[in-house]
Structure formats: C-alpha cells, structure tokens
Design a protein around this ligand. Structure first.
Ligand code: URA
Length: 241
C-alpha cells in the first residue's frame, strides 16, 4: 500500500510516534538521544520527511506509522473506555511501543465480555467501521445457562424484538453439539444486545466472547489481555464477508 510522505517537525514526529509529550520529545533531542539519518539531531524543529528520513532513539529505529490499528484480546474486568474512575480500561493493556495520543476502542464490549476489541487513533476508519452502512458483522461465542434449541435459529433470523419494543435486525445463531454453546452473528451493536436477545428467549448468557469483526478473526494465539498490531492487509479483511 502506498503511503503519501508527510513533512513533520522532529519534536512532533517523536511525540506522535512514541506517545510522549512534546516536552519529553525535546528532552530526548537535548540529551542527544535522537539521530536522523545517522547524525545526532540538534534542532527540535528539524523537518522530517516520513518514509525517507530514518529517525532513531537510543539507536532504535522508529518505524513510522501515521495511525496504529490494534487487535486486543480483552479480559473480563476491563472497560472499553479511554478513562474510567473505577475500573482498568482496555487502553491500559496497550504496551508502551504501541501507545499514542488519541487511541480509543472502536466499539464497546461489556465489562464482563472477553475478546476482540479494535483500538486505533484513526477516527475516520473507526467511524466507517462502526457505521451500519459498512455492514461489518460481529461474531460472538456464547455459553448459555440452559440448552438452546432449533427454535432460536428462526427467532434470530426473523429479527427479534427485545425489551418490549426494540426491534433487532435479522441475526444468526449457530448451535454447537453441546447445546449450551453457540455462535451468534450480529449486523449491528445495540447495548447488551447478545445478552438481551438470549434473555428474550427465556435463557441467559453466562460467558461471552467476541471472536470476529467483519472478515477478521481474533488471533487465537493472542492470550487474554494481550494485543498486537493489525497490518494494512488485515484491515481490508474487516470489510470482507
Ligand atoms: N452483546 C452483549 O450483550 N455484550 C457485549 O459485550 C457485546 C454484545
């Protein structure tokens, strides 16, 4: 994928790429810890051309990215928010090398839900991904209190009404051989939607995990609480069926 080069001041470049303040970036330059194309950088406002100038901090080259896209395997007990007074947020699980200003979770999972959370600082892409017009499905694995039966399939397909008057789009439920275990595909994201749909059928969700967003599955090798960067090619998968 071609990425158009940009020209940025060195202190802004460091601040954006390392998720540090502009003052901290200046400090690194002052302490002669930053090189540009192999030469120690002396000026905060030196112009950096992305994609061609090589910037290193303490000998480690910075791999320039305009935006970052992160796949997190969210553990229960964390909240999908940028800040929270009471609970740890998903952003606190992001390792230093991927941290940046402006990161936020695109879409929410409940505090007790596990699985795939997409985190980025690319507002435009997140907005597009969350828009119902993009038709990005979400797939969940759920464990239920009681066994599901075939009637669930039709109820999901016809579009259920939950909590009296809230109409859901047609959705899909797949029953696994152990009938207390199911996969559910939603085309929208209403508040507590999976739990409320199952509740409307007289059952309850006892465990919930998001396993796929659009055509991109959660990386099975990713332990709970860990994350990895999503590459451009994989982002395109989000929009495939
Ligand atoms: N549906 C729910 O009920 N909870 C989630 O976290 C996601 C979908």
């Amino acid at each position: 994928m071609y990425i158009k080069p940009e020209t940025l001041r060195l202190d802004r470049y460091l601040s954006a790429q390392l998720g540090i303040s502009r003052n901290d970036a200046k400090e690194l330059i002052k302490k002669r810890q930053v090189t540009v194309n192999g030469e120690i950088a002396k000026l905060y406002d030196m112009k950096i051309v992305t994609g061609s100038d090589i910037v290193s901090v303490n000998g480690n080259e910075i791999n320039y990215r305009k935006y970052v896209y992160i796949m997190l395997n969210k553990p229960a007990g964390t909240v999908c928010a940028v800040k929270d007074e009471l609970s740890p947020t998903v952003l606190e699980l992001i390792p230093q090398e991927l941290r940046r200003k402006g990161l936020f979770p695109a879409g929410r999972l409940d505090k007790d839900t596990e699985g795939f959370v997409f985190i980025t600082d690319d507002g435009e892409l997140a907005h597009k991904m969350l828009s119902p017009r993009s038709h990005v499905d979400k797939i969940y694995y759920a464990e239920l209190d009681r066994e599901a039966d075939e009637s669930y399939i039709e109820r999901f397909e016809e579009g259920m009404t939950i909590d009296g008057d809230e109409k859901c789009l047609p959705a899909k439920i797949e029953l696994l051989p152990d009938r207390k275990k199911v996969y559910i595909t939603l085309h929208e994201g209403k508040y507590h939607q999976v739990k409320r749909m199952i509740h409307a059928l007289g059952n309850e969700v006892v465990y919930l995990k998001r396993v796929q967003i659009g055509g991109l599955p959660l990386d099975e090798t990713l332990p709970l609480g860990s994350c990895r960067e999503i590459m451009h090619k994989e982002i395109e998968k989000i929009y495939t069926k």
